[in-house]
Design a binder for this molecule. Structure first.
Ligand SMILES: [Zn+2]
Length: 383
């Protein structure tokens, strides 16, 4: 049996408090391929933790049977800081109470440190380059001296992920269908089989990586940034990194958790991490589309938000997706402001009916196939 549970102890921030992160490892340390799975960096997004709750017993069983060929690291809830952010009977896990920053930004771009330490040694041997880059990235992390709890969390978690062949960061949206954010460098390839195995209803690619330092972004971008910086060297996209959006915050059930875990497990089999037969990948539900083709609807005003179209629907340009109602305006239909789609595509996420909207609030996202002039250069990570 190889399964080991350990705890990353974070530094104490206030007298009488201390937090740790539970880490589960399966397989021989250093075995390949290596997959790193984490959930709930946005700590109030628990569908991914539910999927891992159902996946872990499957991994324990695979381990008991000696089927774990690669290495699997599972962090079921990666953010104990956010998990503790209870306020007025609400759980607020997206932004750090201390610095008010989004927990899924400001991850560590190690490409500069890696380039400085081993850039000159990168050559035509891709395998050798991969080993050099992974070693240098671990060294850069080991040299860091994080000062507080959140910085320590970022450094210690990246020590687990930065040398993995697959990194899956499990999130969810407010009201959404299952969708992925990936790098174009992984598509079609490994990201396409991931999308098929997980049943993604939309897949959006950064080309090649998001400028915002998201967790899955920095793990994949390490390779893309170094490949751009050293065009003469053979630097493969050695890590398939994806943000998996497991539908809506309230989409938590044993049925969904079990089927999501089965789909993850099948993907680990397909990638050779666990022995077994993955079978033919399920039919891909949607082709990948560019982030610059993602239409984002912003509320023009404040008021009551109501949708006309269910999430997951195909919409046409010009369709009124939702409206914002001024509750103080007595003129009935004239009190309602429509927000229309500016692209054909899949309405893959939004908020729930009845939420309060405010000027500039993101109210929907549509995955369209064509780059939109009004979205060029925008990340879409604006909330
Ligand atoms: Zn999230």
């Amino acid at each position: 049996m190889t399964h080991k549970k350990s705890t990353i102890q974070l530094p104490t921030m206030t007298p009488g408090t201390s937090r740790g992160i539970a880490v589960h490892r399966f397989g021989k340390p250093g075995a390949r391929p290596k997959v790193y799975l984490q959930a709930a960096i946005h700590a109030n997004e628990l569908p991914g933790a539910m999927a891992l709750h159902h996946l872990m017993p499957m991994l324990v069983e695979a381990d008991r049977k000696g089927l774990v060929k690669g290495e699997v690291i599972v962090v079921p809830t990666v953010n104990p800081i956010g998990l503790a952010q209870l306020s007025g009977n609400n759980h607020l896990g997206r932004y750090d109470f201390l610095g008010l920053s989004n927990f899924n930004r400001n991850w560590l771009d190690l490409s500069g440190a890696v380039a400085d330490s081993v850039g000159k040694q990168l050559g035509a041997d891709a395998q050798k380059n991969v080993a050099l880059i992974r070693g240098a990235a671990q060294k850069a992390l080991a040299a860091m001296k994080p000062q507080n709890e959140l910085q320590t969390l970022r450094v210690e978690i990246m020590k687990l992920s930065v040398d993995a062949d697959i990194v899956l960061d499990l999130h969810c949206d407010m009201d959404a269908v299952l969708h992925l954010f990936i790098s174009r460098r992984d598509w079609p390839g490994n990201a396409q089989t991931l999308a098929a195995d997980l049943g993604a209803e939309a897949t959006l690619y950064n080309d090649p990586y998001p400028e915002a330092l998201t967790f899955s972004g920095v793990n994949g971008a390490l390779w893309a940034r170094l490949a751009d910086r050293f065009p003469e060297a053979a630097i493969p996209q050695a890590c398939t990194s994806a943000t998996v959006e497991y539908r809506s915050q309230h989409d938590v059930s044993h049925e969904l958790g079990e089927s999501d875990a089965r789909n993850l497990y099948r993907h680990l089999v397909r990638r050779g991490i666990i022995s077994g037969r993955a079978g033919k990948p399920p039919q891909l539900r949607a082709d990948a589309t560019p982030i610059a083709g993602m239409d984002v609807g912003y509320s023009p005003a404040t008021g009551i938000l109501v949708y006309h179209v269910p999430k997951g629907a195909m919409v046409r340009r010009g369709t009124a997706v939702c409206e914002v109602i001024d509750p103080a305006d007595p003129r009935g239909p004239k009190a309602r402001k429509q927000i229309v789609a500016r692209s054909d595509g899949i309405l893959f996420s939004g908020k729930q009916n009845g939420k309060l909207a405010w000027p500039g609030a993101v109210v929907f996202r549509i995955a369209g196939p064509k780059v939109l002039a009004h979205r060029k250069g925008m990340s879409g990570l604006d909330d």
